[in-house]
Design a protein around this ligand. Structure first.
Ligand code: NAP
Length: 273
């Protein structure tokens, strides 16, 4: 039996086990997906232990995504983002990937979104970095807007250096004007999780926009409701979560992921939370 898993702290409410085990069932793989919760300063040690124990692949979540960068050989994309969320132990040394980036692009592509023009990424934390690098790599120009403006400016500099795309950083003051001219909008802040609030003024949203909200709990956020009312294409955060898992599974197994089975399991687990 092959063992895959998730290392994080906490991992108690993770949606990844049902999503990945649905894939193993659909593909007829003899595999299990388990969660590991080491102490917060033991992320790199947990990766070494997993390698010793013969774990085939690990997902990595908060607070370890940055810590494990030094414990594996990273892809160029994971190195530039500065975070690893997927480790493949099938290579020597193990390879660290960032599939949150692929999750953003594949979620938008799955909804028929044309990846061209300008994207506004709101947020400059882990999800914001993944979204900005992924969309710049896909060929879009990027405006990053963040509550702490200096983090947006730093992220913009990093993306320009890595991709050569047209990328600018901003605070939140001019967000409405940026969104009015944009083709794609990604909310990569946690706004909308705890309260029914949107990080973007509703009257800035428009019908030519595709909106991806990284927040997946709740699934239907205030931003997505406002976007749908404005006639925009909407993509909820479960699609991003799904496709980061799809990408990880494909890296680990070399098989084409059973997207429908994984999506059904993920949404079932989300609705019973
Ligand atoms: P993070 O690294 O902690 O970054 C949080 C971001 O939210 C920062 O840009 C922060 O701005 C901003 N923020 C927090 N509170 C805010 C407020 N009240 N007003 C405006 N901005 C605020 O977190 P993360 O890992 O990037 O996660 C961000 C969100 O994405 C979370 O909801 C997470 O669940 C979601 N996510 C989803 C997926 C998926 O697969 N769907 C994957 C990863 C993350 P400052 O820099 O000013 O603090």
């Amino acid at each position: 039996m092959d063992v895959y898993g998730l290392v994080g702290n906490p991992v108690g409410h993770s949606l990844s086990p049902p999503m990945h085990e649905a894939a193993y069932d659909a593909l007829g793989l003899d595999a299990r997906y388990v969660t590991f919760e080491p102490p917060a300063d033991e992320g790199a040690a947990a990766v070494d232990a997993a390698a010793t124990l013969g774990v085939r692949g690990l997902n990595v979540t908060i607070p370890f995504k940055q810590d494990v960068v030094g414990a594996v050989a990273t892809t160029d994309l994971a190195a530039t983002i500065g975070a690893v969320n997927t480790i493949d132990f099938g290579t020597d040394p193990p390879t660290g990937h960032n599939t949150d980036a692929a999750g953003v692009v594949r979620a938008l592509e799955h909804h028929g979104v044309d990846l061209a023009g300008t994207a506004v990424v709101v947020g400059a934390g882990g999800a914001g970095r993944a979204a900005a690098f992924a969309l710049a790599d896909a060929g879009l120009d990027i405006d990053v807007a963040n509550r702490t403006e200096s983090r947006a400016l730093d992220l913009a500099d990093d993306v320009v250096a890595a991709t050569g795309r047209d990328v600018a950083g901003h605070g939140l003051d001019g967000l409405a004007a940026l969104v009015a001219d944009a083709d794609v909008l990604v909310n990569a802040t946690s706004v909308g999780m705890e309260e029914d609030r949107s990080p973007v003024p509703a009257d800035a949203l428009h019908a030519d926009l595709a909106v991806l909200d990284a927040v997946y709990d709740p699934i239907e956020t205030r931003l997505l409701r406002d976007a749908a009312a404005a006639g925009a294409t909407t993509v909820d955060g479960a699609w991003m979560l799904l496709f980061q898992g799809v990408e990880a599974l494909e890296i680990w197994t070399g098989e084409r992921a059973p997207v429908e089975a994984m999506n059904t399991a993920l949404r079932g687990a989300l609705s019973s939370q």
